[in-house]
Write a protein that binds this ligand. Sequence first.
Ligand code: GLU
Ligand code: MG
Length: 344
Amino acid sequence: MINALQEEGLNVKAAFENEFYLLKHDDEKRDNTNGKNNKKNSNGVPIKPSEFTPFASSYSMDLNYHIISDIVEALIAQNITVQQYYPESGPGQHEITIMYSDALSAADNQIVYRETVKGIASKHGLQASFLPKIFPDTAGNGCHLHLSLWQDDMNILHDSESDYGLSEAGEQFIAGILYHLPSLAAITTPIPRSYRRIRPQMWSGAFQVWGFNNREAAIRVIREDDGRILHFEVKTVDASANPYLALGVVISAGLDGIRKKMELPRPIQKDPANLSDAEMKEMGVKLLPSNLKEALANLKKDKTILDALGEDLSRSYLAVKSAEYEALGKLSSEREVDLLLEKY
Ligand code: GLU
Ligand code: MG
C-alpha cells in the first residue's frame, strides 16, 4: 500500500495513539466502587484499576511517576520519540503519545509500544491492558490512528485557499477513508469486544462523519490555533488490531478516494448523538457498525479493501474473524474480559 500510494507521488506519516489501563490484583475482592469495577484476569485473579484518581489529575501523575518514567525511558531506549503523557479519563487509564514516522515504522512502533508497556507494568507488579473496553462504565481504550499526507518532504494536507482548508489530495484521501470506514472497521476494530467501546458520547467515533476538532466524529481533522491542518485522526481503531493490516487498509481506502476523486460531505461540528432523526437524515449522519458481524459483512462486499488485502489474506481473514465472532460473540461481557484482558 505504501508503494501504491508512492505511485501517486505521495506517502503518509502516521502514529498510533494508545490508551491503556494499569490494573492490580484485588486481594480483598472489593474496591471503593462496590465491586462494579471488579474483573478477573485469565487465571481467575480479580483485578481492579491501580488507582481511582480523576481525569488528568496531577495526583495520578504523582502516583504513577515511577512506572510512567520507566515506560518513557524504555521507549526512548528503543528509538521511539515520546511526545506527551497524561492520565486519561478512566480510573488507572493512561495515554503516552509518540512521534509520527513513516507508515511502516509506525506499525513497527506499535508492536514495540504494546510490548514495552506490558513488560514495564509487570516489572512494577501491575498488569497493563489495551483491551478496547474493560469496565462497562468507564472510558474505553482507543488507539487512534494519526495520519498526514506528504509529497517528498512536504506535508500537503493543508491548503488555506480551499473551502475546508484541505488540499485536493488531502480532501480526497480523507473522503476515501470516510467512505470505507464501515468495512475498515472489520480490521481496525477487529474483535467482538471492540464494539463495546465504539459507542456514542464515548469519544470513540461511533458515527461515520468527519469534523474539525470534533471528538465524536470518527475522523477528527485537527485544526491548529493558527488555522493550519497538519494531521487528522481515525478514531475507530483499537490496539487489538494488527497495525500492519490496519494501516495498510486505511491507506488503500485513502488511495481509493484519490483515484476516484472523492469529495468530503459537510463537516459535522456537533455531537451527532444530539441530532434528531430528521437532522441526521438531512445531514447524512449514519452510525458505524455496532458489532463485528456487521463490519465483516461490510468488508465482504468492499472490493477495494478486499483487493488491497489480496485473495488469500482476505479469505483467511474473513474466515478466522467469522469463526472468532461465532466463538466469542455469545460470551457474557464478564467472561469476555476474563478471557481477553491479558491477551491485549
Ligand atoms: N478513550 C476514547 C476512545 O475510546 C478517546 C479519548 C480521547 O479522545 O482521547 O477512543
Ligand atoms: Mg486519549
